[in-house]
Design a protein around this ligand. Structure first.
Ligand code: NCD
Ligand code: ZN
Ligand code: ZN
Length: 436
């Protein structure tokens, strides 16, 4: 099976390429990248006319909640991977806070096999750090890694004990397995439902102080430094966290970090309407934090942008603010939010924005993804970065449409998404561009 993508603007952050050309795919892999009009379309089984649109590596999202097993009413591997495809995402790392949690071989194998049968993008299950996510006893990380696990996390819950976290880093470090700790000091955060600033006080919402997040991040940085082990900080949301990570990197600590699109486009002003769709952990902080996060994305302190796609049902969101489940369904809006907030504003070039959503997260997970290199799997997104669109929550492919971005006017339309050379998402406006 040969597929030709012609009239492409090829953008590959891994090699720094940004040029017009063609991509030839054979048996699921990229076999050739050439200048424009080199190949005879008749020689290919399928021809995709990109009509000048960007052809880039499919996005890699290293922080996604697929909810299966146990919470299939929110999302499934089938629906979540289709939402990913609609968002231009071809690889997701899914968090183990399922029911039961992914803390043993059987559960991880279940996710792998369901993903193979029912998923349309690549799924990399993240296993738990501790059994039952209880923070008491480490999982069998060696066995989990042998099954294909690339990272461990108790996401949603921190590993509270510094001693256990230190052991986790050492054990995972021996295996070169990535540790991702949900950074929250529960004694400071457990009653909070919003960022503990002026807005929360004004609205009568219990606040989460920055220290409730930053104490845990500083602890983890100290442990990573002392043990020499690798750590990844998820959903970085505050200026202090960016500063500490920047300083730790400068000292040579093996730390990587991600932030999420919602922190780049919202500030706690969004709390004013008590929209439960803005309830998320960690909470949306202030404009000064947002400025620091953007600075962190620009200077590389924050290596990756990951959605923390956290689907919740309508029933769990249609509650008073404090009782609503925290989380934002993010897979179908991330590319557009990044294009709108960082690229259209001239803060970041398109290639550099894509770097933070492709090769950087792939490198953090140590997976051979996020590149258009010859020989790589043909995981590809075709998108128009300039096209304007209005986000329609009710049209989400995800089973849950808990987004604060409904009706937002944004830039960027995904035209098609390919996994191993096969189209897994085709925008209605683009269907005519794919022949055979
Ligand atoms: C996540 C979820 O719903 O699983 N919620 C969230 O608000 N981010 C958990 C998490 O990422 O900590
Ligand atoms: Zn988390
Ligand atoms: Zn999460």
């Amino acid at each position: 099976m040969k597929t030709l993508i012609k009239n492409a603007r090829i953008m590959d952050p891994a090699s720094g390429v940004d040029k017009p050309g063609e991509v030839l795919i054979e048996d699921g892999r990229i076999v050739e990248i050439t200048a424009a009009n080199v190949h005879t379309p008749q020689k290919s089984d399928r021809v995709i006319d990109a009509q000048g649109a960007v052809v880039a590596p499919g996005l890699v999202d290293l922080h996604v909640h697929l909810r299966e097993p146990g919470e299939e009413y929110k999302e499934t591997i089938a629906s979540g991977t289709r939402a990913a495809a609609a968002g231009g995402v071809t690889s997701v790392a899914c968090m183990p806070n399922t029911n039961p949690p992914l803390d043993n071989l059987a559960m991880v194998e279940l996710v792998f096999s369901k993903a193979k049968q029912q998923g349309v993008v690549n799924v990399f299950p993240i296993a738990c750090i501790t059994k039952g996510r209880k923070g008491e006893e480490l999982t069998e990380m060696g066995e989990l890694q042998a099954a294909g696990v690339k990272a461990v996390s108790d996401d949603g819950e921190p590993v509270a004990s510094p001693a256990l976290m230190r052991s986790a880093l050492q054990y995972a470090g021996m295996l070169d397995l990535l540790v991702i700790n949900h950074a929250e000091e529960k004694s400071l955060t457990e009653n909070g439902v919003a960022h503990g600033g002026f807005m929360a006080a004004k609205l009568g919402l219990a606040g989460v102080p920055r220290s409730g997040l930053e104490i845990m991040i500083s602890r983890d940085l100290l442990l990573a430094e002392e043990t020499g082990c690798r750590i990844h900080i998820p959903h970085v949301s505050t200026a202090g966290a960016v500063r500490m990570i920047r300083e730790a990197k400068a000292r040579g600590v093996k730390v990587t970090a991600e932030t999420a699109p919602h922190y780049l486009v919202l500030t706690d002003e969004c709390l004013a309407g008590y929209d439960t769709n803005v309830r998320v952990n960690p909470p949306i902080p202030e404009a000064s934090d947002q400025a620091a996060l953007i600075e962190g994305v620009l200077d590389g302190t924050l290596d990756a942008i990951a959605t923390d796609h956290a689907p919740h049902s309508r029933r769990e969101k249609e509650k008073e603010f404090a009782l609503a489940a925290p989380g934002i369904s993010g897979l179908e809006t991330s590319l557009s939010l990044v294009l709108t907030a960082l690229v259209a504003t001239g803060k970041l070039s398109l290639l550099e924005a894509l770097r933070r959503m492709t090769v950087n997260p792939a490198n953090i997970l140590k997976i051979p993804k996020g590149t258009l290199a010859v020989g790589a799997d043909a995981d590809i997104v075709i998108f128009d970065p300039e096209a304007g669109r209005v986000i329609q929550a009710k049209e989400f492919v995800s089973q849950s449409n808990n987004t604060p971005f409904d009706q937002w006017k944004v830039k960027g339309r995904v035209l098609a998404t390919l996994v191993a050379g096969t189209p897994v998402y085709i925008d209605a406006t683009f269907a005519g561009n794919i022949k055979k």
